[in-house]
Design a protein around this ligand. Structure first.
Ligand code: SAH
Length: 261
């Protein structure tokens, strides 16, 4: 079933009204017509089965028939604070982290970051990352799109990390994930991954002062993107829903590619 991500204001009572490119796509590309059934996903992840009442290339109206279970969202909210990486590696991390169930992505500027986004390109880059998250959310049948914030300096990220926060640090020889993941599951966790050159010692110190736990991820040095997905996978396995039996209620084999403009 086609899945459409709607803005809050597009849903009122038992109606959804969608305009612009998404209406055009449903009418002209998917050739949907009155009576067809589709899925509406609200920004918070609530979703309904809806039926098309009216459609043309500019606007569509649907009636919400019944609410659907939010079966694909993990109850664990993971924020991945990821140092901005070179080339298209950041795109890749955003896409894969979305598939693995990340809740929020924060691109981070660190002392040793080699990639600096010029101020006039920040907005376009953030939108591009949001688009990648949106497409990956649709493709992996998520019920909510991860939030991608604009890039922030590490210092400001450290000011508001979750009570449970884990920084991957290759210099940590005392503590690994087996010790950390024995704690009972928190509802939120922040994961921090450094840039290609690693975190600077002062950054690691500042993080520790803020209560962030540093962990080693094993004896080998991983590329930052590998470290991000390895850490996210292990946390989602232990505290989230990764590795569990597949959801029995998935009924949306289509690959949705529509989103709020
Ligand atoms: N330049 C550093 C490695 C940086 S790897 C060096 O050569 O020593 C990039 C990021 O991946 C690091 O900042 C860290 O967050 C993560 N990382 C890579 N390997 C890791 C490991 N074995 N343990 C913990 N974190 C690791």
């Amino acid at each position: 079933m086609h899945r459409i991500f709607a803005h809050h204001e597009e849903i009122a009572g038992d109606r959804v009204i969608i305009t612009g490119q998404r209406a055009h796509h449903m009418s002209r590309v998917l050739r949907m017509s009155c009576g067809d059934v589709f899925v509406v996903v609200a920004p918070g992840g609530q979703q309904w089965t809806a039926q098309l009442e009216e459609i043309d290339s500019e606007v569509l109206t649907g009636r919400l028939l019944h609410e659907r279970p939010r079966s694909t969202e993990p109850s664990l909210h993971v924020t991945l604070a990821m140092a901005i990486l070179k080339g298209d590696k950041m795109d890749w991390v955003i896409q894969k982290a979305t598939e693995l169930g990340v809740h929020r992505l924060v691109p981070v500027m660190c002392q040793r970051s080699v990639t600096r986004i010029p101020p006039n390109k920040v907005s376009a880059r953030t939108k591009r990352w949001q688009r990648i998250a949106l497409q990956a959310a649709g493709q992996s049948q998520r019920c909510a799109v991860p939030i991608v914030s604009s890039p922030r300096p590490l210092g400001s990220v450290l000011e508001e990390v979750s009570p449970v926060s884990i920084m991957a640090y290759e210099g940590e020889s005392q503590k690994g994930l087996p010790q950390v993941l024995t704690d009972p599951s928190p509802s939120q966790v922040t994961l921090l991954i450094g840039p290609e050159g690693g975190f600077a010692p002062e950054e690691v110190e500042e993080a520790r002062c803020r209560g962030v736990g540093t962990v080693g991820l094993g004896p080998r040095i991983l590329r930052a993107e590998t470290a991000a997905l390895a850490l996210l996978s292990m946390v989602m396995f232990r505290w989230g829903d990764l590795g569990h039996a597949a959801a029995a209620s998935l009924e949306c084999p289509d690959m949705p590619d529509e989103h709020p403009e």
